[in-house]
Write a protein that binds this ligand. Structure first.
Ligand SMILES: [Zn+2]
Length: 266
């Protein structure tokens, strides 16, 4: 189960990779992991993300008892999972539940890159699917934060099946007229981009997030051409029509609340 204790400041310091501002852990927490010098958005742990958008104490986790098996009997996979669980303090690469955003009910799913690169295996796909179906069953808008390196290779074809499964659930939600709001965070790639991440009614993204299918180095190597500057950034994807709005972290809750109230006709 996710540990929702609010993080407290430690002595560690973090240097911004873009402007080299050094931030204390306390400043990182107080500014929601956004650089005070240039606005660079660091990766955000799932618990901090939930604290950021959900009303205090409203988050109720669901399906935390789902744990990965080793469907293709790959050597060392179980150990990898155990290590990732210890390191990230999460059960798998997504946390799902119900919550309120400024008083409005939502089904919430938050992916975490800290857990095996946010890769989508059977558990991630199942939890995302169940979250979407919960929204369908209860006529509750679904909000999903994505962060993923793609399909979980250690589960082979079982990972790829999650793309079809989650996409099908999105189609059902769409048929029922229940909204799906996606927030793309850094990085969102591979099988997650190629399934539910691109199937929302409104697609938001955090500034500077890398959003794509294959990474830029792979594409450059394949087509043997230099890619344009800013290729696959959230800003680039907005220009190309994949992203509706880029929302800085400190405006995320307000923006989601606006979308929820607009949907309700308030
Ligand atoms: Zn900076």
């Amino acid at each position: 189960m996710i540990n929702m204790t609010k993080p407290h400041a430690q002595v560690t310091k973090t240097e911004c990779p873009r402007c080299l501002t050094v931030m204390t852990e306390e400043a990182m927490i107080n500014h929601s992991q956004v650089c005070t010098g240039c606005g660079y958005h660091f990766r955000m742990p799932a618990a901090a993300r939930i604290h950021l958008v959900a009303d205090e104490g409203s988050f109720k986790e669901t399906d935390h008892d789902l744990v990965s098996k080793n469907p293709i009997a790959l050597d060392g996979y179980e150990e990898k999972i155990t290590q990732a669980q210890k390191k990230s303090e999460l059960d798998d690469a997504v946390v799902t539940g119900t919550a309120k955003i400024n008083g409005d009910d939502v089904v919430l799913g938050v992916m975490s890159f800290q857990f095996m690169g946010g890769s989508m295996g059977s558990v991630v796909g199942e939890k995302i699917t169940r979250a979407i179906l919960r929204g369908a069953d209860t006529n509750t808008p679904v909000v999903l934060f994505t962060a993923s390196g793609g399909a979980r290779m250690q589960e082979g074809i079982f990972s790829l099946m999650q793309m079809a499964k989650t996409a099908n659930a999105c189609a059902l939600l769409d048929d029922l007229g229940v909204p799906l709001f996606i927030v793309l965070t850094h990085p969102t790639t591979g099988g997650v981009t190629a399934s539910f991440a691109m199937l929302g009614d409104v697609t938001l993204a955090e500034p500077g997030a890398l959003i794509g299918f294959a990474g830029p180095r792979v594409i450059e190597g394949t087509i043997n051409k230099k890619l344009p500057a800013g290729f696959q950034s959230a800003e680039f994807q907005q220009e190309k029509g994949f992203v509706d709005k880029i929302v800085p972290r400190n405006e995320l809750k307000k923006t989601l609340s606006f979308l929820l109230k607009t949907h309700k006709g308030e």
